[in-house]
Ligand binder design. Structure first.
Ligand SMILES: C[S@@+](CC[C@H](N)C(=O)[O-])C[C@H]1O[C@@H](n2cnc3c(N)ncnc32)[C@H](O)[C@@H]1O
Length: 177
């Protein structure tokens, strides 16, 4: 009986760990590995993008939910996050619950998500991921929407504003016509 219990527990743990590893690998290949944006850079990026109360904020690859919590609690925005990695999705659910922020998180590939409802998009992705995202945003975003990209710029767009935090750390803010 004990051997059966241990076997089932071990197999379950392996399946869970494999699912975490596979989805994290998929996310890394798709848009970026996980690195959180520092809190004060998020606040400044959203401030420069002019995020207002009641506006819809999408964080594309929302990691542990930090951008969502700041958007909801400090800017009173309707924050939605899309995260491919099961591990970070679960962590962000816990963080959102603990912070009591009114934010929503979906375990979903943002490349397969309709982004047309967004007023402000936040992203921290590698250049390969931004290149893939550029055309999608051009097709889907409404006039008046804003995009904040931390660290890397979109390859073909001209930023409206560049926020320089340090020599290597910048945020590129785009106002879409
Ligand atoms: C550099 S982290 C940024 C996390 C958070 N946005 C922040 O600024 O603190 C990038 C996140 O994007 C996620 N990701 C990458 N490609 C994705 C995709 N196609 N759909 C959803 N999430 C993705 C990764 O799992 C990772 O958590």
């Amino acid at each position: 009986m004990l051997i059966l219990f241990l076997t089932i527990t071990t197999l379950t743990a392996i399946v869970v760990l494999l699912s975490f590893a596979i989805t994290s690998f998929q996310a890394e290949r798709s848009g970026a590995p996980f690195f959180p944006t520092p809190r004060k850079y998020i606040e400044e990026g959203l401030r420069v993008a002019g995020l207002k109360k009641g506006e819809v904020l999408y964080d594309l690859g929302s990691g542990t939910g930090r951008v969502l919590i700041i958007s909801a609690k400090q800017f009173s925005a309707r924050a939605h996050g899309f995260e491919l990695s099961t591990l970070f999705y679960l962590i962000s659910r816990i963080n959102i619950f603990l912070s009591k922020a009114h934010a929503k998180i979906y375990r979903r590939d943002f490349y397969r998500t309709d982004l047309s409802e967004a007023d402000v998009i936040f992203c921290f992705l590698v250049p390969r991921g931004l290149k893939r995202l550029e055309k999608k945003l051009e097709n889907e975003l409404r006039p008046g929407s804003r995009v904040v990209s931390y660290i890397f710029p979109f390859p073909s767009w001209q930023p409206t504003k560049i926020i320089k935090f340090s020599d290597s750390k910048k945020a590129f803010v785009y106002f879409r016509n």
